[in-house]
Every structure is written in structure tokens, then in C-alpha cells.
Design a binder for this molecule. Structure first.
Ligand code: SF4
Ligand code: SF4
Length: 381
């Protein structure tokens, strides 16, 4: 099992193309498969954010992959479903719309869904994904490498979750409430992508880690940071592992990687062949997201509001930044957010909040931050 890590210092379409083609060759990708094939391309377009904020897969990165597909006779299909706003609106704000028009990319309707199955799932055996994927021969998964309040990092494994249509994504947080349950669900979905015969047979993960995100990601609250690489593999866990290691994150804190290895969804770390360009310097120590705390103790979910507030970080909106746009209210899977009582920030019901941090992820003003759990604050004094 190989991961190719290419040095790439800036978002130049031609440079990215050269690097990606070289890496695909190293992965023994058969370019003739692209001829006349419908190729699904799945970037991370979570929300309307500038490419410089490192929230989304950079448009130049997307354009480079589209051009590679077209140059080999393939038909590029954009498959993405932002969390709250329409794809058209997000494409307009992020510069994707110009590329889609210029390059004649077919934009899939992700509301038309089919059910895929994973009989070997840890828990969740069925997922609704866009039907268009069943018509595609190849899937190029283009995640952005970022920190994440709930899952520590988000990259190739979690990017596939973005194919779940719009606001339905947040309903999964309701079904998989704790960090570990949510990570297992992401792995169930990933396994379904690898095994359901209706989906593309070839999936290549091509991660945009030229500019990564550190700190309180994955939304605009995180900080862009230079990593200067593109990571590629046929295995999503392997590419997430290689990039996390390169960025200096503590791998034990990343549930999708830890559990992915345990479930045998990837070879053991020592069996992964990470082939890096010689110029890549290791030893960066990136800033991790704030530790949210666990919503379980000894495997028992924390349903008691007092205990939850003592032990698990709360999302707190800042009246100085909040514009009362209520995207947070729209995305909250348990309706813990309601109309403002003070006219400054939305009202939060922390006893109902399941700490999924979707509100933080979606807030366009970076107005929501995590407060340290009360017990942690007491112990630190
Ligand atoms: S906290 Fe953020 S998402 Fe929520 S209303 Fe304020 S600005 Fe909008
Ligand atoms: S308030 Fe925020 S963190 Fe809590 S459940 Fe709702 S979206 Fe998730």
C-alpha cells in the first residue's frame, strides 16, 4: 500500500498537474481508464469561504484535476453538497463557478440519492449517497487537510461524508452522538464506498495539503498554515495517516486513523510505503484543535447536563463577531440553538447540545469558539 507525497509550494494549476500526474504514475494509475469515462470529482466545499482561509479545497487544485481528466478524454463531474447553502451559491463565492463554466464541468444534483450498503459495518449499514456516483467509473476524492474540533483532523475519510446531501449530514451527528461513534460511522461509510459494487471501482484520494489548517478548524475559526504538499493514495486512511504524521499531530488523538487501523481498513502503519519527494522537510509541529473532552465516561454516554458541562467543551458564540445569520441554528441536529434572547447571539441550550460542533464548523464569522470544560479550568488553576 503506497502513499505518494509530492512537494508543491503554491497553487499554480500547471505545477499541481505535473505533480499529480507524476504521483498517479507512481501509483500505477491506468490513464487509459479515463477515456470516455465519467469521473466524479469530490472537493471539500463545506461553505462559502475564501480559498486563502484553507476551509475549502483550493479552486486551482480542483481545476488541475479537471484538466487532467479532460486531457485524457474523461468527462469531469462535480459531486459536492455544502452543509447549509446551495452548491450554486457556494461555487459563486469560492470561484468554482468560473472553473465549472470555463472547463464545462457537469455539476451533479446530489439530492437524487440511492442507498449503498456495508454488510461488514461496525454499526451503520446503509447510507444515502448521490445517485450520479453509480454512473461514474472513477472517483477522485479531493479533501482539504484540516484540523477538526470533533475528529481532530479531517481529510480523505471525512471528505466522503460531504457526499451526504446538505443538512442530512447533521442528522448523522444525532445518530452517532459521541466522537468515537461518529468516527466509526465515517469508517462505515468509507468501507461502503470501498465495497458497494454500485459505486466507482477506482477511488483515488488526492489531498490538498499545500496550505493546511491548524488550530480550531475545520471552519473559518482555524488558521491556514503552509505544509507545501499533495498526498495521494488508493487508501483514505493511509493518506490521512501520512499527512497527519508529516504535520506533527498526535496520531492517537485521531479516531478515524486509530480505529481504521484496528478495523483492518488499512494495512498496519509499518506496512505503508510512504514515498516522499526528497525536498519535503519533516518535523513541523502543527497546532492541534482544542481538546473538546469526551462525551462518554467508561463507555457510558454523558447525558447528565451538569457532568457534560463539567467535562466537555461548549461552543460559545461571541457577540462581537456574531451577525445573527442563524446558519448555526439551521445546522444544529438537536435544535439546541434558538432565536437570540439578548439580540446579540443565538441562545444555546447546553443540556440538549450533543457537542457535535457543526455550528462552529459552519459559522461564517468564526464567531463560535470552544470554552474549556469547567473541570479542566478548575484543575489548571
Ligand atoms: S454564531 Fe455564527 S452562525 Fe450563529 S448566528 Fe452568529 S454569525 Fe451566524
Ligand atoms: S449547539 Fe452546536 S455543538 Fe451543540 S449540538 Fe447544536 S450544532 Fe452541535
Amino acid at each position: 500500500m503506497k502513499v505518494i507525497v509530492k512537494e508543491c509550494s503554491h497553487y499554480d494549476v500547471e505545477v499541481i498537474k505535473t505533480k499529480v500526474v507524476a504521483a498517479l504514475n507512481q501509483l500505477q494509475f491506468d490513464f487509459s481508464k479515463l477515456y470516455n469515462a465519467k469521473v466524479a470529482i469530490k472537493p471539500n466545499l463545506l461553505t462559502s469561504a475564501s480559498p486563502e482561509s484553507a476551509v475549502i479545497t483550493h479552486p486551482a487544485f480542483f481545476k488541475a484535476i479537471v484538466q487532467i481528466v479532460k486531457q485524457h478524454g474523461g468527462i469531469p463531474v462535480l459531486v459536492e453538497s455544502p452543509a447549509v447553502y446551495s452548491l450554486q451559491r457556494v461555487m459563486k463565492k469560492t470561484g468554482y463557478d468560473a472553473i465549472v463554466t470555463e472547463e464545462d464541468v457537469f455539476v451533479a444534483d446530489t439530492s437524487d440519492c440511492i442507498i449503498i450498503h456495508n454488510d461488514n459495518a461496525y454499526h451503520f449499514k446503509r447510507f444515502e449517497v448521490p445517485k450520479i456516483l453509480t454512473e461514474c467509473d472513477i472517483l477522485f476524492n479531493l479533501p482539504k487537510f484540516k484540523t477538526h474540533a470533533l475528529t481532530h483532523i479531517t481529510c480523505a475519510v471525512k471528505n466522503l461524508f460531504g457526499t451526504i446531501h446538505g443538512i442530512k449530514k447533521s442528522q448523522w451527528h444525532f445518530r452517532a452522538k459521541t466522537r468515537d461513534e461518529f468516527a466509526q460511522m465515517l469508517l462505515d461509510l468509507y468501507q461502503a464506498y470501498c465495497t458497494d459494487s454500485a459505486l466507482p471501482k477506482t477511488i483515488v484520494h488526492i489531498a490538498d495539503a499545500i496550505t493546511m489548517m491548524e488550530g480550531d478548524g475545520p471552519g473559518p475559526g482555524g488558521m491556514p498554515a503552509f505544509l507545501g504538499v499533495i498526498g495521494m493514495s488508493y487508501n483514505a486512511i493511509a493518506v490521512d495517516y501520512a499527512l497527519s504524521q508529516l504535520a506533527g499531530f498526535t496520531l492517537d488523538n485521531i479516531p478515524t486513523i486509530k480505529m481504521g487501523f484496528k478495523r483492518g481498513l488499512c494495512k498496519k502503519p509499518e506496512e505503508i510505503d510512504i514515498i516522499k519527494d526528497s525536498g519535503i522537510s519533516v518535523g513541523r509541529i502543527s497546532i492541534p484543535p482544542k481538546e473538546a473532552g469526551s462525551t462518554k465516561i467508561l463507555g457510558i454516554p454523558l447525558v447528565n447536563a451538569v457532568l457534560k458541562n463539567l467535562l466537555v467543551a461548549k461552543p460559545l458564540p461571541d457577540p462581537e463577531k456574531c451577525t445573527l445569520c442563524y446558519q448555526c441554528k439551521q445546522i444544529c441536529p438537536v435544535k439546541a440553538i434558538s432565536t437570540s434572547k439578548d439580540g446579540k447571539v443565538p441562545s444555546y441550550d447546553y443540556s440538549a447540545c450533543i457537542r457535535c460542533y457543526c455550528c462552529m464548523e459552519i459559522c461564517p464569522e468564526s464567531a463560535i469558539s470552544l470554552t474549556k470544560p469547567l473541570l479542566q479550568r478548575i484543575l489548571m488553576h
